[in-house]
Design a protein around this ligand. Structure first.
Ligand SMILES: [Cu+2]
Length: 147
């Protein structure tokens, strides 16, 4: 098992383009993600988002995270996150509206989050965003469930 995990980690970059159950997302020292939309195939048992903060800013200065929610919940979740504060990753704790998330990252840090596409429903609109205070106005994109 251990060697399999190691193998997966070593091979992950090479397979990035072949594996559609995984996406690499990054953000630097500005309020923008490198992608605007993410397709999540229904056939994936698990979908992985590898998120990297490629800048040098501190977590408190220009931290970022990757959060999945229904588009209709983004504004309220971002507001609740701002109230929760940086120690809580700018996210309300144990909140069912937060479907998946990475911790808040500072420059040079990376984190991955996995979720089962079955948490997404056909016909519902989903978004990803950064919940750092005031970032969600600029830092957001769409997440689509696809065949
Ligand atoms: Cu951000």
């Amino acid at each position: 098992m251990r060697s399999y995990v190691l193998f997966s980690l070593l091979m992950a970059p090479a397979l990035a383009f072949a594996n559609n159950c995984e996406v690499n997302v990054s953000a630097g020292d500005s309020m923008s993600f490198n992608v605007r939309s993410i397709d999540v195939p229904k056939s994936c048992k698990e979908f992985t988002v590898n998120f990297a903060h490629t800048g040098t800013a501190s977590k408190a200065g220009m931290g970022h995270n990757w959060v999945l929610a229904k588009t209709s919940d983004v504004t309220d979740v971002a507001k609740a996150g701002m109230e929760a504060g940086i120690d809580k990753n700018y996210l309300p704790e144990n909140d069912a509206r937060v479907l998946a998330f990475t911790p808040l990252l500072g420059g040079g840090e990376k984190a991955s989050v996995k979720f089962n596409p079955s948490i997404m429903k056909d016909g519902e609109a989903y978004s990803f965003f950064c919940s750092f205070a005031f970032h969600s106005f600029m830092m957001r994109g769409t997440v689509k469930l696809v065949d």
